[in-house]
Design a protein around this ligand. Structure first.
Ligand SMILES: C[S@@+](CC[C@H](N)C(=O)[O-])C[C@H]1O[C@@H](n2cnc3c(N)ncnc32)[C@H](O)[C@@H]1O
Length: 835
């Protein structure tokens, strides 16, 4: 099994993936130097930008044969692939500025960018994507390069950058927005995003979960976003932080081995948990299976791929893609939907994978016909016939595969999925000579010969799959299949000889697998035969995979890969995980080592701190704290951040404790409170301030330390960051501010609705966290957030154009007259910097 271990394969995949995503329409320096054998002047080469060669004969030969586009449209197809991809972006529907941004695009940028339209036969410079609901997604007629280089586009580019950073928009390839739309997600759904980094689809899923949720309340559903790659997981955390959500868990597990998390009814409660878990098994209503792939659908964005592309890339990922998809289906509730997607056009990674999972699931999973959904999205039906290429050979059927190719060219890669194992080759399959041909393997009547190339056609309804090609709507390429689980999955065919063979060499592994199977069955409902079958299936799947990948050493994470977030807490805790109960002791012992170096996830229960927070901010009892607060540090004297989780996330976490912390949690919940570290901070009655991310959630429940400022004073605060009490335009506000308790406070902007005193906080409420010092108020919001708020407020005022605008309009002179500009260096510079 050397070289096929878990670690080596994962590392190769990661490298391949990273390589595959490198940027873009610029040739690397080393490349340009080496491409010119006559050149001995490196510096000269560095100054000359050269576009990538956008052709690859192997690519042409492969795709001409696959028939995903007709011979007549071939030239248009490749021409589109050679043209840089226009930028697209999505407005965050749960942002409080969603409508403002939409209107800015429609009324300002659509007009001001008109003169810039020439490329790709497009009429408008920017336009909403017709198939995306509510004009929330936009196509721009400019590539990323044009946006960066073109002076006249500077304002638009700055707008995109700022709003993207804040989280009001997400820059995302148009076709990549499609899979979540076909998932039919509702706000109460538990959604699993199996391969989620860098997280643009996770963000989209969260937006959908939040749709129609009232401000100040949290949706009932949640998203579990997972990725194997630690660095990419950090990107995912960074991306989704912009969403400020308490309904997200980010995990760092292998998707194909993702834990089933079934609570054992008889097991004692984990010591960490006095909280009874509300769910006993982790199953999802929706699964997004956006698997690692060769990525040739992104050629327009990553033209370096022209040079790298070869058919082996897709062949090499096929097996993993099936394993991940099967795991996704086993974690899907009966009645639930899973979307399988790739950004590859290759049928071996697309239709062949879908066909194989349909065969494995034997009627328990249906490929859904979604042709009536999103009718304005131009797509093509999936193909039912294709060929497999191995190096220089075309293979139409597994019959054509020589015995030397059988390790990497699998029956499932072909349209029929049939295996033809000639008796002479059996010993190749199983060294010990045991007969291990599974039931679906068919003995050929005669040996396959090259003249015998019979074109195979799948008998499955693969035309229900969708392929988006670049020249249909000036986009990238994508493949999408929608699957519905109709009943529990059938038991998988085991491969006893293979396992027995391995067990002979490794008896410990056999013990482990048996433990695994026993454990997987121990939580079964005694009267549920179907569920038992499903669990056998799942256990077998895991077992198969372990047999395939026994490299246990690689299960230890590399300490250098520890997430940056909370790293100081991590270091203190590497050896201090809390125990979660004897009932799961054995498994726990095995698993503990796995998550070494990852911050523990603990329910935060320090009553004295919780009470001080409640008292200081006057948080009413309607806001649930119990079981919703999390820390990543078991030493309660050193907890720096307290995170808030929704009820759904709390339930999953409760279950995870009960099953011995099988989930490797990289990030969870919303940062709600942060410990004050400055000198002044430690002298306040409450040592925790409210973080900007957490403020919108807790805002409706705060009754102390909250003041309403006029829009003029509010904007002055954003502009100057610190204002003396005496310098506020509204002297009464300054007086009230001076009477607040020292420490964190919340300033809400009064608008026409809140002019006459506090009213109910709603989605339109604008508020910021401040620090009440000895003589002034200091803003505790990052510079970029201040900039964004000022920008939004001024755009709003421009749009309103009423008499009140003049009255409220931000006026620096007025501020200077009032002396605010002379505010001395903040007493709490450190606090502001912390924020
Ligand atoms: C196509 S990308 C996902 C893109 C993502 N869904 C998005 O929209 O931003 C595939 C991801 O799978 C991850 N990956 C590769 N092998 C994996 C595995 N065995 N388990 C989980 N994730 C894996 C890669 O790190 C990569 O981030």
């Amino acid at each position: 099994m050397g070289g096929r271990g878990r670690g080596s394969r994962s590392r190769t995949q990661r490298k391949h993936f990273r390589d595959g995503r490198e940027n873009v329409w610029k040739r690397p320096k080393s490349d340009s130097a080496s491409s010119d054998p006559n050149s001995n002047n490196n510096s000269e080469n560095k100054t000359h930008w050269q576009p990538f060669a956008t052709q690859n004969p192997a690519f042409d030969e492969y795709y001409k044969e696959q028939g995903i586009v007709t011979a007549e449209e071939w030239d248009t197809f490749v021409e589109a692939l050679r043209t840089p991809l226009p930028a697209a972006f999505r407005i965050n529907s749960s942002s409080q500025f969603c409508e403002d941004i939409k209107s800015q695009l429609e009324n300002d940028f659509m007009n001001s960018l008109k003169a810039e339209t020439t490329d790709g036969g497009e009429v408008e410079a920017i336009r909403p994507l017709p198939w995306y609901p509510d004009n929330l997604a936009w196509h721009s007629n400019f590539s990323r390069m044009q946006l960066r280089k073109n002076q006249t586009l500077e304002r638009f580019h700055e707008f995109l950058k700022l709003e993207n950073e804040i989280g009001n928009i997400t820059r995302q390839e148009a076709v990549s927005m499609v899979p979540p739309l076909f998932l039919d997600v509702r706000p109460d759904h538990f959604v699993f995003d199996m391969c989620a980094a860098p997280g643009s689809k996770t963000f989209q899923l969260l937006e959908i979960i939040y749709q129609s949720t009232k401000s100040g309340s949290l949706p009932d559903g949640m998203v579990m976003a997972n990725d194997l790659d630690v660095q990419r997981c950090n990107l995912l955390i960074h991306q989704t932080k912009r969403m400020c959500t308490a309904n997200l868990i980010v995990t760092n597990n292998e998707a194909q081995h993702f834990p089933g998390c079934r609570a054992d009814k008889n097991g004692s409660k984990a010591s960490e948990m006095e909280i009874e878990p509300q769910i006993s098994q982790l199953l999802f209503d929706r699964v997004l299976c956006d698997v690692p792939c060769s990525g040739d659908g992104t050629l327009r964005k990553a033209p370096d791929m022209w040079r790298k592309w070869n058919p082996g890339m897709g062949n090499g990922l096929h097996s993993l893609q099936i394993q991940i998809a099967m795991r996704g289906l086993s974690l899907l509730k009966v009645g639930g939907r899973m979307v399988y997607s790739t950004c590859s056009m290759n049928p071996v990674e697309d239709e062949a994978v879908v066909a194989e999972i349909l065969r494995k699931c034997g009627g328990s999973v249906e490929l859904v016909d979604v042709s009536s959904e999103l009718p304005q999205l131009v797509r093509r039906p999936g193909v039912r016939k294709w060929k497999v290429r191995d190096k220089d050979l075309w293979l139409a059927s597994h019959k054509d595969v020589s015995k030397f190719q059988r390790y990497h060219i699998l029956p499932s890669m072909f349209p029929s999925g049939k295996s033809y194992v000639a008796p002479a080759n059996k010993d190749l399959e199983h060294e010990n000579g045991e007969n291990a041909i599974s039931e679906d393997e068919i003995q050929p009547t005669e040996d396959a010969s090259t003249e015998d190339l019979m074109e195979e056609v799948s008998d499955l309804p693969l035309e229900r799959c969708m392929r988006i090609v670049p020249h249909d709507q000036n986009s990238g390429a994508f493949f999408i299949a929608v699957l519905q689980k109709l009943s529990p999955l059938p038991a998988i065919q085991e491969k006893p000889s293979k396992k027995r063979n391995l067990f002979k060499k490794n008896p410990e592994l056999q013990g482990k697998l048996l433990d695994q199977v026993t454990e997987d069955n121990s939580g079964l409902e005694p009267d549920s035969r179907d569920v038992a079958v499903e669990k056998n299936y799942e256990a077998a799947t895991e077992a198969d995979l372990i047999v395939d990948e026994p490299d246990e050493a690689d299960m230890e994470p590399d300490p250098s890969n520890i997430s940056n977030q909370d790293s100081e807490e991590t270091k203190a805790l590497v050896n201090g995980e809390t125990d979660s109960g004897k009932a799961v002791g054995k498994r726990k012992l095995q698993l503990q080592g796995k998550w070494k170096g990852v911050d523990p996830v603990l329910f935060f229960k320090d009553e004295s701190i919780i009470n001080s927070i409640k008292m200081f901010y006057g948080i009413d009892e309607s806001f649930p704290f119990d079981g919703h607060l999390i820390s990543r540090n078991s030493d309660k004297n050193h907890v720096k951040r307290i995170y808030y989780v929704s009820k759904s996330v709390k339930d999953v976490l409760g279950l995870n404790f009960r099953v011995g912390q099988q989930l490797k949690i990289a990030s969870i919940g919303l940062k709600m409170f942060e410990r004050q570290t400055s000198r002044e901070g430690t002298s306040t009655p409450c040592s925790f301030r409210i973080s900007s991310e957490g403020l919108p959630v807790i805002l409706p429940h705060i009754t102390n330390q909250i003041l309403y400022a006029s829009s003029v004073d509010f904007k002055h605060l954003l502009q100057y960051k610190a204002i003396k009490f005496a310098d506020f335009v509204d002297a009464e506000f300054g007086e009230k501010a001076s009477k607040l308790m020292m420490g964190c406070c919340v300033i809400v902007m009064r608008d026409s609705k809140t002019m006459s005193g506090p009213t109910k906080v709603d989605a339109s409420t604008i508020a910021i966290g401040c620090w009440k010092g000895r003589s002034n108020l200091n803003v505790m919001v990052t510079a970029i957030d201040c900039q964004e708020l000022l920008e939004r407020l001024s755009v709003r005022m421009e749009a309103e154009k009423g008499p009140s605008v003049q009255e409220n309009k931000f006026n620096v002179d007025e501020l200077q007259l009032n002396g605010a500009s002379k505010v001395e260096e903040s007493e709490n510079t450190q606090l502001v910097a912390d924020a």
